[in-house]
Design a protein around this ligand. Sequence first.
Ligand code: CP
Length: 357
Amino acid sequence: MKSKHLIDLENLSIEELMEIIRLANDIMKKPEDYAEVCRGKILATLFYEPSTRTQMSFKTAMLRLGGSIIGFDNPQNSSVSKGESLKDTITVVGGYADIIAIRHSLEGTAQAASLYSAAPVINAGDGGHLHPTQTLTDVVTLYNEKGTLDNMCIGLCGDLKNGRTVHSLIKTLSHFKGNSFVLISTPELTVPQYIKDIMNSSGCKYREASSLAEAMPMLDMLYMTRIQRERFKDQEEYEKQKGVFVLDREKLSLAKRDMKILHPLPRVDEITEDVDYDDRSKYFIQTVYGMYARMALIMKMLEKPESEPYPRRFDTHNVRCSNPNCITTTEPYLPKLFKPVGGDMLLCKYCEGRTLI
Ligand code: CP
């Protein structure tokens, strides 16, 4: 693979992404051919933040490939509770495991972990930033259920500001030809500017909409998301935002017959339960595709991990990232890594937040 780690799906070339989709489909057809391919290999799942699907599908994926698993799903039961730094935890686990999947509530954590890990690191979700293996799940679902990743009008609805799955999915689908996006949210929860910049630079058309019913007839795929309560500092603001967009059978009656509904789950109240029985609803089968997608990813990443000098040294800036949710705020030893993005602006290489010099 192009990169040793998977922090963002941008770490894969389009050819590598398509290879993973094809491999996932082959595993689905002939699982017995893959039952021993990771025998002797160990996956560590380090989940600093709650998860049902991502954590369990990673574990199931490794077990179905014949490998073994270690890790924690509650950092309070690990030495993190004694004050151990991310760097020390990763340095140690990178010596035990062949591959690591990490989830954390702070943005840029997987990138930070990759600096100190001898083993390949997979981003299993970093705060409100990215969730690349959910996007792998989504593209395997679309490829199988829609038959294409091109020329679609894609609606994304709900918490587009904090929804890391939304950011990763737009980034990836904007590389495929002819896709356009309808962003359905309140003005407070629209996508971050850097995601709009990505759509603009890739030439993808997008429009913002405030009504699900109005957007529905034009969509080939609707990606529903929950309002991310855990990302709100002010619970009153959360109360105002929840329940604004609800997909029910009445709104669904306005959709194309072959539209597909995806949702990364968990669902709270944004899709009524009766929609589950409509054959356009793909959010439960999507979780199964996700397991095969992660099996394929683990296989590819363990095939021939890129060698990288380790431990690595970096040129560090004198600037602090201004994003209060960036991992650099709690792990002060991390090198301050930025990329100039024009004018007096720097882009943080961990969280992609912008900071004025
Ligand atoms: N889609 C997703 O990330 O679900 P979990 O939070 O349950 O892992």
